[in-house]
Design a protein around this ligand. Structure first.
Ligand code: NAG
Ligand code: NAG
Ligand code: NAG
Length: 413
């Protein structure tokens, strides 16, 4: 696929380049990645079926889903925008499925940060909640990266890379301080809605780095990744590898193709795996999605959705139409990483429905064994501060503003 790598390109030549890429994609789609031809890269994903978990009675001792004593670090990155929907699902399906999972959090401070108290629970290690500063956009970065398709431009990409690499740095520092190494390091986003448990690590080969299937956008899905300390170092070096990529002639990469370039440059093998979460977003998207547009799914879909964008959906495409849309997703672009029968496309042309809470609560209760969806509208400032103080005490390291500063931000508009 040498013609698709995007090496040595200059902006001046974007027209022929676009045509070349489009014809390349079309060619490869029909040649290799059509739905009927599933032995090739794009759809050769490790299939994973979430198990149905038994509800555990309140107050019961902690009982992990999998019997495995390896040490795992989970890095959660990003802002807590819709954390009332995602927070407890992360706790249940990612942080509590193994006995020895340590939690690291790297999140920009905003008026949703108070919602992070939903992470309360076991093994909270290092939290860093910080005021974001603009990162320098050097000429080198401008040449290696393109901001096309990134909602907040190059700066948004840099901020995201910084969240990821910074969180990995927090894990490393913790390892050095405590003189041990994790067996696996998992990195994902706080805006992930998980409707099934993480795959069993026993079934994975530690020689590879695992990324979520689908949503490749011409590279590799960058919304979830897990691997051993060596492969994780490469996968999470999102900012620090830009100069090396520049030197080797990589140009005009988006986040996903830069991610893939990291593995190729340092010769780290990766595999795609289906992961049962979708990324909760307030974005609006044209319906039906335009070619090279973004697919939006209903959070109610069975999945696994491998990190595709989703929302509580009031206008779902019917089964036939959903299938038609998903089957038309270009296989190394916006394909959700799972067959169309398992997901439902959502018409996201408008804002979230005014009754989104009711729509979401129904799905949430189904996926969370009847647990009620949290609602912060009824939390007073005083209670927020109290809960935030308790939460702060649960962390080994709290590198963040005070409980009252975080809570006050939520109440000042
Ligand atoms: C868990 O693993 C340990 C050691 O491998 C084994 O002795 C034990 O029986 C296992 N427990 C369950 C519930 O499978
Ligand atoms: C979890 O690990 C701890 C030690 O790290 C051990 O004492 C405990 O028995 C384990 N619990 C389960 C349920 O495996
Ligand atoms: C499904 O939706 C499409 C597009 O809105 C519509 O044309 C079609 O008639 C619907 N099919 C059924 C079985 O409702």
């Amino acid at each position: 696929m040498a013609c698709c790598k995007g090496k040595d390109l200059r902006l001046l030549f974007w027209v022929p380049w676009t045509l070349l890429v489009a014809s390349c994609l079309t060619y490869f789609y029909y040649e290799f990645l059509g739905p009927e031809n599933c032995t090739h890269v794009g759809c050769a994903v490790e299939y994973f079926r979430p198990e149905i978990s038994e509800p555990s009675p309140p107050g019961a001792p902690f009982a992990p889903l999998y019997n495995d004593t390896r040490r795992i670090a989970v890095c959660l990155v990003g802002g807590a925008r819709m954390f009332e929907l995602t927070g407890r699902t992360l706790r249940k399906n990612l942080l509590d499925v193994y006995n020895n999972t340590d939690v690291f959090l790297h999140s920009p401070l905003d008026r949703d940060s108070h919602k992070l108290t939903l992470l309360a629970g076991r093994n909270l290690r290092v939290a860093r909640i910080f005021t974001p500063e603009p990162l320098p956009e050097s000429p080198l970065v401008a040449e290696v990266m393109t901001s096309w398709g990134s909602p907040h431009g190059t700066q948004g990409l840099l901020q995201y890379f910084n969240l990821v690499e910074g969180c990995y740095g927090m894990v490393r520092k913790y390892e050095v301080l405590h003189k041990f190494r994790y067996d696996w390091i998992i990195r994902t986003r706080v805006d992930g809605y998980w409707n099934g448990p993480l795959p069993e690590i026993q079934t994975l080969d530690p020689k590879y780095y695992y990324v979520a299937a689908g949503n490749d956008f011409g590279g590799l899905n960058d919304r979830f990744g897990m691997g051993n300390p060596h492969t994780s170092r490469v996968a999470n070096a999102r900012l620090s590898m830009l100069p090396a990529m520049h030197k080797h002639g990589w140009r005009l990469l988006n986040s996903e193709s830069a991610y893939k370039a990291q593995f190729e440059l340092l010769n780290v093998g990766y595999k795609r795996i289906q992961i049962p979460f979708c990324v909760m977003t307030l974005r609006r998207e044209a319906f039906p999605p335009a070619p090279y547009g973004l697919l939006m799914l209903s959070m109610a879909g069975e999945g696994p959705m491998s990190g595709t964008y989703c929302r509580p959906c009031d206008r779902e495409a019917n089964v036939t139409y959903s299938r038609e849309i998903v089957d038309n997703c270009m296989r190394n672009w916006d394909w959700p990483g799972v067959m169309a029968s398992k997901v439902t496309v959502c018409d996201a042309g408008n804002e979230w429905a005014s009754n989104w809470r009711q729509i979401a609560a129904e799905v949430y209760e189904r996926d969370m064994n009847g647990e009620e969806m949290p609602d912060f509208d009824y939390r007073s400032l005083r209670r927020c501060i109290k809960e935030m103080q308790d939460f702060q005490m649960q962390w080994d390291v709290w590198d963040a503003p005070s409980a009252s500063a975080i809570c006050r931000r939520a109440y000042t508009r």
